[in-house]
Design a protein around this ligand. Structure first.
Ligand code: OAD
Length: 252
């Protein structure tokens, strides 16, 4: 499939209801790893241990310390040009939602406010008993936990887990409803940096396609969502999104 930047610009300039759907590739130019690529997180960390409740319950120190390490990486990373363009889009379109699978906060730090985080937030922790959520940054936690210093709920003194949607768990209802509504009613869906290995199951892209939306995918590698794309842009998001946005601004 060949892509022409003017076709992308035309799709954006004619749109009114926009749904942007992002995955780990959106943060690649910020220096954060993806999950399933050759150097991805799941090549270094077994997802059965680091991304399931069972794994957490059997190795809580190991799992928490992996998330502490990711928090440090994310804290040091900066939003890239792609995050910044997506943040500007929400001010351009009256009906807009960013649905992100990313647990980093780079979209928010770039200025995105109309967003739902369907896989949780790497800074959050949740009590295993009362389910109260907390921001880990509000606590004076050590850089690395030991069995004695693991995060405990201030109310019930039970172990807290990372506030992330792990394998075998459900996306929170509010976030799911918002994402389903936006993807089912948009006239343009922009899919950025996701393999679709997890998100394909949610059917957001299929919903948008069924509603007659134009689907634009930005991903250097063809994946299972590419078959739905009317326009596939095989380039890094952090590089190509600013180019597209600049053309769009000139076009207007
Ligand atoms: P994946 O690692 O599965 O896919 C990342 C995608 O980004 C791949 O399709 C890459 O080709 C693409 N990519 C790489 N560099 C890019 C760039 N510079 N610009 C645009 N795209 C690029 O990550 P996700 O699809 O996000 O869940 O994975 C979905 C979920 O699986 C994650 O949210 C995570 C994981 O388990 C949780 O952490 C709960």
């Amino acid at each position: 499939m060949e892509y022409r930047i003017d076709a992308v610009v035309e799709a954006f300039s004619g749109a009114e209801r926009v749904c942007v759907f992002t995955g780990a590739g959106a943060s690649k130019e910020s220096g954060l790893p993806t999950f399933r690529e050759i150097d991805g997180e799941w090549k270094h960390y077994d997802p059965m241990t680091f991304a399931t409740l069972e794994g957490f319950l059997s190795e809580p120190v190991q799992v928490w310390n992996m998330y502490r390490m990711r928090q440090r990486q994310i804290g040091e990373a900066q939003p890239n040009g792609g995050h910044s363009v997506i943040a500007q889009m929400e001010r351009q379109y009256p009906h807009f939602l960013l649905v992100t699978q990313n647990v980093d906060d780079l979209h928010e730090r770039a200025g995105s406010r109309k967003l739902v985080k369907i896989h949780g937030d790497c800074w959050g922790m949740r009590c295993l008993q009362c389910c109260e959520t907390y921001d880990t940054r509000d606590f004076d936690f050590p850089a690395e936990f030991t069995t004695e210093t693991l995060p405990i709920c201030p109310k019930c003194e039970v172990l807290c887990r990372p506030d992330i949607v792990w394998f075998g768990e459900f996306v929170p209802d509010d976030a799911m409803h918002a994402a389903v509504w936006s993807s089912s009613t948009c006239d343009l869906m922009l899919v950025v940096g996701t393999s679709g290995e997890v998100s394909g199951g949610y059917g957001f892209v299929e919903r948008a396609a069924m509603n007659g939306a134009t689907i634009v995918e930005i991903n250097p590698t063809e994946g299972i969502l590419t078959q739905h794309a009317h326009i596939w842009v095989p380039e890094p998001a952090g590089v190509v999104l600013p180019k597209i946005w600049q053309c769009l601004t000139m076009y207007k």
